[in-house]
Design a protein around this ligand. Structure first.
Ligand SMILES: [Zn+2]
Length: 75
């Protein structure tokens, strides 16, 4: 008995700058590319957070260099 399609507290959203789209992780993250976790428990909230932090950037090379470094985990 699972609710894989229902938003639950266990679901997290992330923006993937490698695939250029929103990811939704129900359990463990299945994407091993370059993504950042987003706040929000719904897709709309997650997209709003993404827009607030990264604007219209879709892929990694749309970001300013310092944000690219942060997203890639480089300090
Ligand atoms: Zn991805």
């Amino acid at each position: 008995m699972t609710n894989a399609d229902s938003p639950t507290a266990g679901d997290t959203f992330a923006w993937c700058f490698s695939h250029g789209r929103l990811h939704r992780f129900t359990n463990r993250p299945w994407c091993t590319a370059t993504w950042v976790p987003l706040t929000g428990t719904t897709e709309d909230d997650a997209l709003a957070d993404k827009a607030a932090r990264f604007g219209d950037a879709v892929f990694i090379d749309h970001l300013p260099l310092e944000q690219q470094a942060a997203v890639c985990g480089v300090d």
